[in-house]
Design a protein around this ligand. Sequence first.
Ligand code: PLP
Length: 393
Amino acid sequence: MYAKRINRIQPSATLEMTAKAAELRAQGKDVINLSVGEPDFPTPKNICDAAVYAMENGYTKYTPGSGMLDLRVAVCDKLERDNALHYSPENIIVSCGGKHSLYNACQTLFEKNDEVIIFTPYWVSFPDFISVTGATPVIVKTDPQAQYEPDFDDLEKNITPNTKGIIINSPSNPTGGVWSDLAMQKVINLAQSNNLWLFSDECYEQLVYDTHFKSCASFSDYDKIVTFQSCSKTYSMTGWRIGYIAGHKDLVKGMSRLQGQSTSCPNSIAQYAAIEALSGPQDEIQIMKDAFKRRRDYIVSELNKIEGITCDTPGGAFYVFPDISELLNKKYCGSPLNTPNDLSMALLDEYSIVTVSGESFGSNQNIRLSYATSDKLLEDALNKLSEFVSKID
Ligand code: PLP
């Protein structure tokens, strides 16, 4: 029934787990959802007010396909202010979320016989963005002890005449890893010397806890670096669906052509809200960041107290990716735990804790926990996790 391209796409494991949590809640279960990829804070009031203003004043019509000029100017100002990047509106296209930006950029540049490098553990959507174009995702290893920076021998080995691009994501989903400047510079040098597109997904840029975030494009003026950004995580605007890229103007033109014939334009009201988000007061970001850092420190320390679990401290985002391999090939109350998925499912069935198993991110020894949830729920979840693990033998 389906065209081949649809069979190349897997359902999103994280969205599936979120749906599962909602289903269990509807059955009256007391679910603790540690699978969420969104801040647990409300969208700041000034941003909501800007949307109300837009609705009440008739800004409810189609906008230019690549986003309103005022928003693209606000994006340029934000990139200058936060990232020391100098772009003009012709380098910017606003889409319906960072996911849409990535999807469109892959569609615009990649096709059959191309290879695109991603790093494992990878965000669940990266392989699918690539394979739906007909290109092949090529998976490169990383070092879990060094914030999941690339294994550079493996990276160099995997660059072939067919390689067309590299996608990086620091801070990372699922690991929370933040790459050092040196690792970033090495990847840029390799991309440039091989004339590759370098997509830098920076949607967690504001959630870096131990160092200062530096945008990939600020290291070099190589013009095939494309910066992907989103309002989702920074401003707790996941449902508003606003993301954007900054990059080569010809790439922007190609993506605009595709967007014009698919979504026409991003939502006009959300675009007004995004102008306020990017240009208005930024203090709520720090409040969220402080809460996430506190929770990160708490969850890492609690996880490491549980025998059989080890967890390095991730430098950013709101995920931890503990190694649970010592708990595998054992049994929980008689049921075998052979894979991270078995463990994640047993935790869901027995304790109603929702996690995401590592397989969907390319790992067979980890699970992903999001700490974008209240301190109280986090504490409950860790107590239950500890009890669960104590019953594994
Ligand atoms: N990139 C990464 C690494 C993500 O984790 C996500 C969301 O979970 C996105 C991009 C896309 O976010 P959005 O489409 O809400 O902007």
